[in-house]
Design a protein around this ligand. Structure first.
Ligand code: SPV
Ligand code: MG
Length: 301
């Protein structure tokens, strides 16, 4: 039986997180398994990270994976979980028309929200030569936001506009004027990104912006700031953007290197998830129950 959370539309769950007075969190996932682990840990929402999805596919965060390949991954993630997902949709994979088609496909897959960033296709991750990256034209990017909002069928589907002005070295004034333009174009929230090791830029943005619309942040670089600081500043949503991917790299490397060195799986066995745990995560028991219901009791001749 589905729980109460599952009953509520994912789009509505996400919208409520965005607009709730307290601070909320999205945890990164990059495939069906990691999405399940996020839900199992108690998070109320998932960040389908472009960096993590591309890395897990063995390619770079430069739109090397096609948008339909990303869509396939996020479909597995959505099918595997009952909590809302926000897709990191990079620049929207093209112009306003590509964004319109993307919104239709995301709604079909019960993805609750997407975030698009004001850079150029093909994008590069913000932490790679961020200050040399060109920003999208404000009017063109605003058109993408309007196109997305005009396309969505479910009124609770959310479009988050990501401002890269601070990363690209343009400063606060540019960030604030873009924020106003994107809000006016219909963005449900803004994602304000910073690459500083302190939260100063984000806190200054919050001081100027106030509560004109919800703000989302990604504290990957200012990781030591306590969440209370963000809550006090009025931030709506914090994204822990890549920590399942990174922890899996550490764990997989350690296991592979040990097995390779020892020519044996014996020493890793007690340190890793059991095969039974894998079956549990796949909900193998549900299939066994369904087999009881639907398969003939005795094989027919
Ligand atoms: C991602 O997780 O892919 C993001 C966040 O876009 S960042 O890597 O900080 O750009
Ligand atoms: Mg990204």
């Amino acid at each position: 039986m589905k729980g109460a959370t599952e009953m509520k539309k994912k789009t509505t769950q996400f919208r409520e997180m965005l607009n709730s007075p307290g601070l909320e969190f999205l945890m990164e996932a990059h495939d069906g398994l990691s999405a399940k682990i996020v839900e199992e840990a108690g998070f109320r929402g998932i960040w389908a990270s472009g960096l993590a999805i591309s890395a897990s596919l063995g390619v770079r965060d430069n739109n090397e994976a096609s948008w339909t390949q990303v869509l396939d991954v996020v479909e597995f993630m959505s099918d595997a979980t009952g909590i809302p997902i926000m897709l990191d949709a990079d620049t929207g994979y093209g112009n306003f028309n590509n964004v319109r088609r993307l919104v239709r496909k995301l709604e079909q897959r019960r993805v609750a929200a997407m975030c698009i960033e004001d850079k150029l296709f093909p994008k590069t991750n913000s932490f790679i030569k961020g200050d040399q990256q060109r920003l999208a034209d404000v009017a063109e990017f605003s058109g993408k936001i309007r196109a997305a909002k005009d396309t969505q069928q479910d009124p609770d589907f959310s479009v988050v506009a990501r401002i890269e002005a601070l990363i690209a070295g343009w400063g606060m004034e540019e960030a604030l004027s873009r924020a106003e333009a994107y809000r006016a174009a219909g963005a449900d929230a803004l994602l304000v990104h910073s690459k500083l090791p302190t939260p100063d830029q984000v806190l200054e943005f919050m001081k100027h912006w106030g509560k004109k619309c919800p703000v989302v942040i990604v504290p990957t670089m200012y990781f030591s700031t306590p969440a209370d600081v963000f809550a006090k500043a009025g931030v709506s949503l914090v994204i822990w953007a890549n920590h399942l991917l990174r922890s899996s790299i550490t764990a997989m490397r350690e296991t592979a290197r040990t097995i390779h060195a020892e020519r044996s799986i014996a020493s890793v066995e007690p340190r890793i998830a059991s095969v039974k745990e894998v079956f549990n995560l796949q909900d193998a028991a549900e299939l066994e129950r369904a087999e009881e219901t639907y398969l003939p009791k005795k094989p027919s001749r």
